[in-house]
Design a protein around this ligand. Structure first.
Ligand code: IMP
Ligand code: MG
Length: 195
């Protein structure tokens, strides 16, 4: 019934559509602590740090990350839609929800779930830079370097992963699977369907 590699205790009906666990929850937690350590060090002297979480995929990562931050900071959220079908990014981006406050003079750290082609973050960093912040950096949990279409400087990367469609720990397929504690590869038979 369950797919290979998935813990039976975690088995929910839809987990049968997952192929295998790529990064388990313990590894994710460990890496989040390491990333938070780097951020604490790099921003130790910084005031006015604002973490900008990209909805919805970034929320689980953000929630875990901030609990290991010791540097003073605020959080805010943006929601973005990239047109195109669910598994291929088109590079056309629209802002669905903008930041609550002005970011002039603030140090911005974007918190994102995954960078694939890089189109979304290229658009976003440019958009934020036009608002005259003190700095803009990027922290992404996952990156698929083999898929990159635009040159993008990423300051913090949790894991580089192969060109597979993954779900869990905030990442979705068709709005689902965000709650899963591990990052798993979605089965091929799901990607064309509506599982
Ligand atoms: P990019 O603009 O191509 O870098 O796409 C980034 C966005 O595509 C991410 O924020 C995700 O919403 C989505 N995405 C890309 N790859 C995956 C994946 O493997 N699983 C889930 N969402 C993904
Ligand atoms: Mg995203």
């Amino acid at each position: 019934f369950c797919c290979r590699g998935l813990k039976e205790t975690m088995c929910q009906p839809y987990e049968r559509y997952l192929q295998e666990i790529l990064i388990d929850s313990e590894s994710l937690q460990q890496r989040v602590i390491e990333l938070a350590g780097m951020i604490n060090k790099d921003y130790a002297e910084t005031r006015k740090l604002l973490l900008v979480c990209i909805l919805k995929g970034g929320v689980i990562f953000l929630a875990d990350l901030v609990r290991h931050l010791t540097v003073p900071h605020s959080i805010d959220f943006m929601a973005i839609s990239s047109y195109g079908n669910a598994t291929v990014s088109s590079g056309v981006v629209a802002i669905l929800k903008d930041l609550e406050r002005d970011i002039t003079g603030r140090h911005i750290l974007i918190v994102e779930d995954i960078i694939d082609t890089g189109h979304t973050l290229a658009y976003l960093t440019e958009n934020l830079r036009l608002r005259a912040p003190a700095s803009v950096r990027i922290c992404t949990l996952l990156s698929k370097p083999s898929r990159r279409k635009v040159d993008l400087k990423i300051d913090y990367i949790g894991f580089e992963i192969p060109n597979e469609f993954v779900v869990g720990y905030g990442l979705d397929y068709d709005g689902k699977y965000r709650n899963l504690p591990d990052v798993s590869i979605l089965g091929d038979d799901c990607q064309g369907g509506s599982k």
